[in-house]
Ligand binder design. Structure first.
Ligand SMILES: NC(=O)C1=CN([C@@H]2O[C@H](COP(=O)(O)OP(=O)(O)OC[C@H]3O[C@@H](n4cnc5c(N)ncnc54)[C@H](OP(=O)(O)O)[C@@H]3O)[C@@H](O)[C@H]2O)C=CC1
Ligand SMILES: O=C(O)[C@@H]1CCC=N1
Length: 281
């Protein structure tokens, strides 16, 4: 496994197939970090989505995937797992003729499936980003099949680097764990924020005050995790005065089974990734 944070190479044309939440986050990250708008093309069936992407980022938006891939050597497949097979099958003749590097962000769907649906012998990268990509603060797990050469890996990494840090994964089976930890992970933090906010309000705080207190607490704690070089357990220890308020709360979380719950949640998310691959084969 290698981890890196690098700048994108904005030169080559990239086609996004699917212009929804994840594509918007990645396109936003690319444009914000200096990619030329005319090097980004996107296909989405919804006119409102196309119009919004064109207006917000200046990218060219098309109704058909076949139009979007025109001149693009990197294809970002950003549709739901449930429609990935149909999208790839439609694009297979183009993939066979043009030999792009196909980068899929779909949960679960394997590189073997993608290669097969695109007609075979395809350079496939699986990428699992997350929505903080929109701020350049995401993290992406990357896996490349054996058809991807060093230049293809470099291009895929450069593209995803506009979304934040990247981590190469050698064993594709671990991509389901990546999805469960970091792909879905922002939702877990947002859920915690919701729960803390509701609890603060229940304790009498005004809603606005509760939101500010929770947001800044999560932001500050995340920065400490990132910038202090200390392990999470050590940072927690320093907040926890013996016999104090934090201890009362942490003991409540521990006795309520927070760690086991987190393990089960992540196990279930990874299992769902495997199910998505099987159900959409
Ligand atoms: N959201 C997230 O945090 C993350 C998502 N992912 C992955 O990203 C992928 C997309 O997820 P997300 O962005 O949330 O989903 P969205 O539903 O927001 O985006 C998918 C988009 O693709 C469009 N679409 C459907 N069929 C086609 C087609 N044939 N050609 C082009 N576009 C099409 C959809 O249109 P319509 O709505 O009309 O169907 C929709 O606008 C998924 O595979 C998911 O697993 C990965 C990491 C994180
Ligand atoms: O919920 C999902 O299936 C996608 C994949 C990771 C985040 N969102």
């Amino acid at each position: 496994m290698t981890t890196s944070v690098s700048r994108p190479s904005p030169s080559a044309t990239v086609a996004f197939i699917g212009g929804g939440n994840m594509a918007r986050s990645l396109i936003g990250g690319l444009i914000a970090r200096g990619a030329a708008a005319d090097s980004v093309r996107v296909a989405d069936p919804n006119e409102a989505t196309r119009r919004a992407l064109a207006a917000d980022f200046g990218v060219a938006a098309f109704a058909e995937a076949a139009e979007a891939v025109e001149g693009a050597s990197l294809w970002m497949l950003a549709v739901k797992p449930q429609v990935m097979r149909e999208v790839c099958t439609t694009l297979a003749p183009r993939a066979q003729a043009e030999r792009p590097t196909a980068v899929s962000v779909a949960a679960g769907i394997t590189s073997t499936q993608l290669d097969r649906w695109l007609g075979g012998d395809t350079a496939v990268v699986r990428a699992m980003p997350n929505t903080p990509a929109l701020l350049g603060a995401g993290v992406t797990g990357l896996y490349a099949n054996h058809r991807v050469d060093a230049a293809g890996r470099e291009r895929a990494q450069a593209l995803l680097s506009s979304a934040g840090a990247t981590v190469w994964i050698d064993d594709e089976a671990q991509m389901d764990a990546v999805t469960a930890v970091s792909g879905s992970g922002p939702a877990y933090v947002f859920l915690l924020a919701e729960a803390m906010e509701e609890a603060g309000i229940a304790e009498g705080l005004a809603p606005e005050a509760a939101r500010t207190l929770v947001l800044q607490t999560i932001l500050g704690a995340a920065r400490m995790l990132n910038e202090s070089g200390e392990a999470p357990a050590e940072l927690r220890r320093r907040v926890t005065s013996p016999g104090g308020t934090t201890q009362a709360a942490v003991e409540t979380f521990e006795s309520g089974g927070l760690r086991g719950l987190a393990a089960r949640a992540i196990r279930n998310a990874a299992a769902r990734g495997r199910e998505l691959a099987a159900a959409n084969d």
